[in-house]
Design a protein around this ligand. Structure first.
Ligand code: FER
Length: 248
């Protein structure tokens, strides 16, 4: 494992690169999966580490990157927005493209990182072979437009300065940015394979969004994990088995 920072316009993004035990071909190259956490998340969460181990198992490298205001990356949580995360994810892809050993590039993200995966997938169609949104939080832009996020109601036209959370708060720019995002446009632009995985007891993101995404993507498959939660607390092995099968 290699730990380092990726520079992105003066912001340092904390990253870890985990290589597979063996590279199984003559070229010495292997595919790489970029793995991104969700809202308030980080790269050491169980479900993120499970994805890394699963892809390493089948000969893929994994690059975990923590986005603005999360984990050990720069930036304050309250000032993060989806635009900042999009910029960060583009920098992560650009970094991955500089690695000589990489054959194909894949993007995988959980929840808000899954939403990010869908957005950036539409932007970097030529760089990304396939997308893996896990429990993608595609309802965030709708919630921001309707005045409902984090279980709180607000006026979507006169957005409050902050949304208060238990131990922190979220700047209004987060909401204003989310209101401008139309994920359908980026779903339409990505024509490659997409694997969506979500538990049917997800307490944070309605499963209907994943079902709609599966229909809208040109080439998507949704694997529903029976009885599982937003972070795959009960059946991470079903989530990782779906990823392994998809990548093989
Ligand atoms: C919300 C529900 C879920 C929300 C964000 C999330 C900002 C993101 C969850 C995650 O990334 O795990 O209302 O509002």
């Amino acid at each position: 494992m290699k730990e380092f920072f990726i520079e992105n316009d003066g912001i340092r993004l904390h990253a870890k690169l985990d290589m597979p035990k063996t590279i199984q071909n003559e070229t010495g190259k292997c595919p790489l999966v970029i793995v991104i956490h969700g809202f308030t998340g980080h790269m050491e969460e169980n479900h993120i580490v499970a994805v890394v181990e699963a892809v390493n198992d089948i000969g893929f490298a994994a690059l975990r990157v923590e986005m603005y205001g999360h984990g050990k990356s720069d930036g304050k949580f309250e000032n993060h927005t989806l635009y900042k995360w999009v910029t960060n994810a583009l920098a992560a892809i650009d970094y991955a493209k500089t690695l000589d050993f990489v054959s194909d590039l894949y993007l995988c993200g959980h929840s808000q990182g899954g939403l990010l995966t869908m957005l950036v997938g539409g932007m970097r169609v030529d760089d990304l072979k396939a997308l893996i949104p896990l429990s993608p939080a595609w309802m965030i832009p709708d919630g921001a437009r309707q005045g409902s996020l984090l279980g709180q109601s607000f006026d979507p036209v006169h957005v409050p300065d902050f949304l208060e959370m238990d131990d922190r708060r979220l700047n209004r720019d987060y909401i204003l940015v989310a209101q401008t995002i139309h994920v359908e446009d980026e779903i339409e632009r990505f024509r490659g394979p997409v694997l969506i995985v979500q538990g049917d007891k997800d307490e944070a993101v309605p499963l209907e969004y994943a079902q709609r995404a599966e229909k809208l993507y040109a080439n998507a498959r949704l694997v529903v994990v029976p009885g599982d939660t937003h972070c795959f607390d009960y059946h991470p092995e079903i989530m990782t088995a779906a990823i392994k099968e998809f990548l093989k």
